[in-house]
Design a protein around this ligand. Structure first.
Ligand code: F6P
Length: 375
């Protein structure tokens, strides 16, 4: 009898329940497996809050958004307890052993891969699945959740066209993605946005305004600007990369005070995202003479039922995960490799963000059809 634990951590994304079901049904079909799901990410594993996963709990969840287990962004080594952040890794190890687990499956994005790796280093049999709407996990072709979010953002861009056209306006639409541009680029290309701004390509406001003015001169008095939440103007990019360098140098030098200061600066950048998009919209109005409005998609992109593509992806990753466990693979992420999967050692995944390469076919296609990318 094998005993498996599952948890979902980080921001939720469509397809999580499909993955839980894929793992659960594949494991139960083998006949000698027991499954428990820990609630609210690593927090539930620390607090020993769990639910048994059987055919009944796994039934009818394939199409549901969110996660039946709940999730949180808590990190095992930095758990908020009172006013302090405590390392609760040992408590996790204790609970893992008291449940007599043979493996712990952690489903999440970049942060979850890091946390899982830390547990693997403590000797736990950990295996992970890559999920995030941002599609920024390294060593996997794609993450589940991304496809659904891209569909949602594309539909919004489609709908914004008619109102922008009717009012002869610019509409700036802010799309999630953290510091990666996959979502804005994918939905921008699919939705035919006139301008696409992504973090990987710092933008020059003058180039963006020129592109919109050119459309106006040609008789098109509206424009859709798809801006990734992490996109930065040339000036802000200099400050942002400077802070990143400072943080890395401070870490290397063991200067925790300087490291904290740089981290605070970077967090402030994240807090300013909506303000930056609003400023972009206002500046474009001023520079082009066209009225401009801002639409922030926010968490709408993460909610609701997963697309067929994400259901298939999550199901096949879930069932492959059980195969890898049966083969004794641990300390790995089940990565997407074309139509198949591969087990990638966690140390090759952690600490790396998969950003949009500047020569990516989507970037080239966008440029070829005349989309302004802000440079
Ligand atoms: O990582 C997924 C994501 O949706 C990002 O695109 C976004 O920046 C972030 O999570 C939002 O996080 P939260 O739900 O904690 O506000």
């Amino acid at each position: 009898m094998k005993r498996l634990g599952i948890l979902t951590a980080g921001g939720d994304s469509p397809g999580l329940n499909a993955a839980i079901r894929g793992i659960g049904k594949s494991a139960l079909a083998l006949g000698d497996m027991q499954l428990i799901g820990f609630r609210d990410g690593f927090k539930g594993l620390i607090e020993n809050r769990f639910m048994r996963l059987d055919y009944e709990t796994l039934s009818s969840i394939l199409t549901r958004g969110g996660t039946i287990l709940g999730t949180s962004r808590d990190k095992p080594h930095k758990m908020p307890v009172g006013n302090e952040l405590l390392d609760m890794t040992d408590v996790i190890c204790e609970n893992y052993r008291s449940h007599k687990l043979d493996a712990l499956i952690c489903i999440g994005g970049g942060g979850t891969q890091k946390n899982a790796y830390r547990l693997a280093q403590k000797g736990l049999n950990v295996i992970t699945l890559p999920k995030t709407i941002d599609n920024d996990v390294a060593m996997t072709d794609i993450t589940f959740g991304f496809h659904t979010a891209m569909e949602i953002a594309t539909e919004v861009i489609d709908r914004l066209h008619s109102t922008a056209h009717s009012h002869h306006r610019i509409i700036v639409v802010e799309i999630m993605g953290h510091n990666a541009g996959w979502l804005a680029l994918g939905s921008g290309v699919a939705g035919g946005a006139d301008v696409i701004l992504i973090p990987e390509i710092p933008y020059d406001l003058k180039s963006v305004a020129n592109a919109i003015r050119l459309r106006k001169q040609r008789g098109t008095h509206f424009s859709i600007v798809a801006v990734a939440e992490g996109a930065l103007s040339l000036d802000d990019h200099v400050i942002f990369t400077g802070l990143r360098k400072k943080k890395a140098l401070a870490k290397e030098a063991g200067d925790s005070k300087a490291q904290k200061k740089a981290s605070e600066g970077l967090k402030e950048f994240a807090r300013q995202r909506h303000t930056n998009s609003l400023r972009l919209s206002e500046e474009l109005e001023r520079m082009t003479g066209l009225e401009s409005r801002l639409t922030v998609l926010g968490h709408y992109q993460r909610g609701g039922t997963p697309s067929a593509a994400d259901r298939i992806l999550a199901t096949r990753l879930g069932s492959a995960c059980v195969d890898y466990i049966m083969q004794g693979e641990t300390g790995v992420m089940v990565a997407v490799d074309g139509e198949g999967t591969k087990a990638v050692p966690l140390e090759e995944v952690v600490g790396i963000k998969k950003l949009v390469p500047l020569d990516h076919p989507w970037v080239r296609a966008a440029r070829t059809v005349g989309t302004c990318l802000g440079d």
